[in-house]
Design a protein around this ligand. Structure first.
Ligand SMILES: [Zn+2]
Length: 132
């Protein structure tokens, strides 16, 4: 049974953004967030920056408009970190985002995941020795 997924019965999210199969263990996966900003997020960014700019108006005047870019950056970071949290496979520990950046890091994460699952905490010296 080589093509059998690791976990057959998985929890299905109601408002999922997309579903896919884990490339390592073939388990069906769902994520509820998207790494891109939605229309709702753009409205939130606009309203938040208007509020902050209005609060800062007595101090900086119309220059408070630059706060929009700071709020935008903050939202972008928050949404990406939320997505990254969901993309890692809870069944085998495979993280596609770190695989894309560095394959060795992703391999180490999967190894650490299985070591932790078996009740062994990987030593820090061992992990850093493998990287060099
Ligand atoms: Zn997996």
């Amino acid at each position: 049974m080589k093509n059998k997924p690791l976990v057959d019965r998985v929890y299905k999210y109601k408002n999922k953004d997309r579903n896919f199969f884990c490339p390592l263990c073939r388990t069906e996966r769902n994520v509820t967030t998207s790494p891109r900003l939605t229309k709702k997020n753009i409205v939130q960014i606009t309203l938040t920056s208007i509020m902050i700019a209005a609060a800062l108006y007595p101090l900086v005047g119309v220059n408070g408009g630059v706060v929009f870019f700071a709020v935008w950056g903050f939202f972008e970071l928050a949404i990406r970190s939320d997505y990254k949290k969901q993309i890692a496979c809870p069944h085998c520990g495979f993280d596609a985002t770190s695989y894309k950046r560095d394959v060795r890091v992703a391999r180490q994460q999967v190894a650490d995941f299985w070591a932790q699952k078996q009740g062994v905490t990987p030593s820090v010296s061992e992990a850093s020795a493998k990287r060099t």
